[in-house]
Write a protein that binds this ligand. Structure first.
Ligand code: B12
Ligand code: SF4
Length: 438
């Protein structure tokens, strides 16, 4: 099929095209607007089920997801000077949004409704703590634009992980859909594991969300919120300066003025996968390590981590020349349901050593929820309902529980007023809280 049968881009028509759209027409618009690769996925594809559930309430007409990538340049992303990387991330991120806008306009000119969720920001913060409208990664994977690497980012077969992802959602079908890759370009070299300054990337593909978020996103969202609370708590300029160095204050100003600064993204910088990227690694692995990985490992810099977290232990042990700074991630539950949902993402295996216990959470009041949480062998599992015998049973008014976690209400008061009731060994509550530093 060619796109000659389609109306011209410059002559808008309001007649709805009932035939499946020519994917080449869409691809050309995306490429002309700055994309480097494009794929097509049906909203009914099971691989994007999680996204379907997010998209349909916002755009019930959705039929097809157009996934596209924009390449990022390797030099700036690999530089120990993060102003180069930040400039590249921000500029290319805007390029992704430009492609989305161009495609939506072209589709609308043909009478086809479409939406373009942002590459990153802005997000809908009313939906905090999961404000992103869709997750671009599973869509890109289903569209054959790459596969997930050990570092949980999508690796394109040609451009490697030097890509940012975008998605446009439209109300029509396209004539041909894409297929996922039948291999994974990730080499399992684990350079991303070695490069990450916070230990967020585990060699088995597990990802310590809070380690990455607390450091890399120090000047985003709740990292910013934590800084605001530090300002509020300081009481005087002198006290503030004891807590926050001048370079941190000006960095925060820069983030507010020019777009937030990422602190690391070294996992992306060091990744050698992808046809266009791999040659220097294959030619001379030691040289690649010296030129690309070591400068980031050796860099003297501040690493933000929560006190008592696996990341804090990791920095002390693995990167003693980097300056560990204890901060709060600022992440705190907004409801009993979000407390439960967060648990697996915030769990710190290293802090749970020796703990083998079953917890029952029995919430009442504004939210009625029952969950069983097991922690053993440095793993966590969360199930709905009160299953088996608990070592510690907690019956709590959901609002009081959330207020306790947000440090707005003390545990003693909640116990005395019987808003929280414990049965079992209360020391298990201390052991539990150690697994989730905040
Ligand atoms: C949330 C988010 C993050 C989080 C979580 C990262 C992650 N692995 O998902 C944080 C803040 C840590 C982060 C960091 C980075 N991100 Co980011 N991020 C997103 C965002 C907004 C959503 C990702 C998502 O849906 N994840 C859910 C699922 C599919 O991913 P997952 O790996 O299976 O899930 C993990 C986490 O997301 C987390 N999680 C999932 N759901 C929830 C819910 C709650 C409540 C919590 C607390 C956690 C959580 O736990 C999971 C397991 O650890 C997307 C933009 C978008 N709208 O899609 C960009 C995106 C994934 N990020 C991107 C980039 C580039 C980065 C950084 C390099 C940023 C930087 N410049 O420094 C780092 C890389 C870190 C890494 N190795 O992943 C790119 C990735 C491009 C690619 N090639 O894949 C994306 C796609 C943006 C884009 N449009 O291109 N990011
Ligand atoms: S650095 Fe190596 S292990 Fe990590 S994602 Fe890239 S290819 Fe895979």
């Amino acid at each position: 099929m060619t796109h000659t049968s389609q109306p011209s881009k410059t002559t808008p028509t309001r007649t709805r095209n009932k035939r499946p759209i020519d994917p080449d027409w869409i691809r050309e618009i995306c490429l002309a607007a700055g994309a480097d690769d494009v794929g097509f996925v049906s909203i009914d594809n099971e691989a994007v089920r999680s996204e379907r559930d997010r998209i349909l309430p916002v755009f019930p007409k959705a039929r097809t997801l157009v996934s596209f990538v924009v390449r990022t340049s390797r030099g700036p992303l690999r530089s120990p000077d993060r102003s180069l990387a930040n400039n590249e991330f921000h500029a290319r991120g805007h390029d992704v949004d430009d492609v989305g806008r161009a495609l939506v306009r072209a589709l609308e000119d043909r009478g086809i409704e479409a939406i373009n969720p942002s590459m990153g920001f802005p997000m809908n913060m009313d939906n905090w703590p999961e404000p992103w409208l869709i997750s671009h990664k599973p869509i890109a994977v289903a569209a054959g634009l790459g596969a997930m690497g050990i570092h949980r980012c999508v690796i394109h077969p040609k451009f490697g992980n030097f890509i940012l992802l975008g998605t446009v959602i439209l109300e029509e079908e396209v004539a041909e859909l894409s297929q996922p890759l039948d291999y994974n370009p990730c080499l399992k070299c684990k350079l991303c594991v070695a490069g990450c300054p916070t230990g967020a990337i585990k060699s088995d593909g597990a990802f310590d969300f809070s380690a990455c978020y607390t450091h890399n996103y120090r000047e985003f969202m709740t990292g910013f919120g934590d800084w605001v609370e530090t300002v509020a708590d300081s009481g005087s300029a002198k006290e503030y300066r004891k807590r926050v160095e001048d370079k941190e204050t000006v960095s925060m100003w820069q983030s507010l003025g020019f777009g937030p600064n990422y602190k690391a993204a070294y996992c992306i910088g060091v990744c050698p996968a992808g046809e266009d990227v791999i040659a220097p690694f294959l030619d001379n692995r030691k040289g690649f390590l010296n030129d690309v990985v070591k400068p980031l490992q050796k860099k003297e810099e501040v690493i933000y981590a929560m006190k008592g977290s696996d990341a804090a232990d990791y920095v002390t042990k693995r990167f003693p020349h980097k300056e560990l700074k204890h901060v709060s991630s600022g992440l705190r539950p907004v409801s009993a349901a979000s407390f439960i949902r967060f648990l697996p993402f915030l769990f710190q295996p290293g802090q749970s050593k020796g703990l083998d216990a079953v917890y029952h959470f029995d919430f009442n009041g504004a939210e009625t929820q029952q969950h069983t949480v097991r922690i053993s062998d440095a793993t966590i599992s969360v199930e709905e309902g009160l299953i088996g015998k608990a070592d510690l049973h907690m019956r709590a008014d959901s609002k009081t529980w959330v207020a306790f976690l947000r440090k707005d209400v003390g545990l003693l008061r909640a116990l005395i007023t019987r808003k929280i009731k414990l049965s079992g060994d209360p020391r298990l509550l201390i052991a539990f809280s150690k697994c989730f530093p905040s």
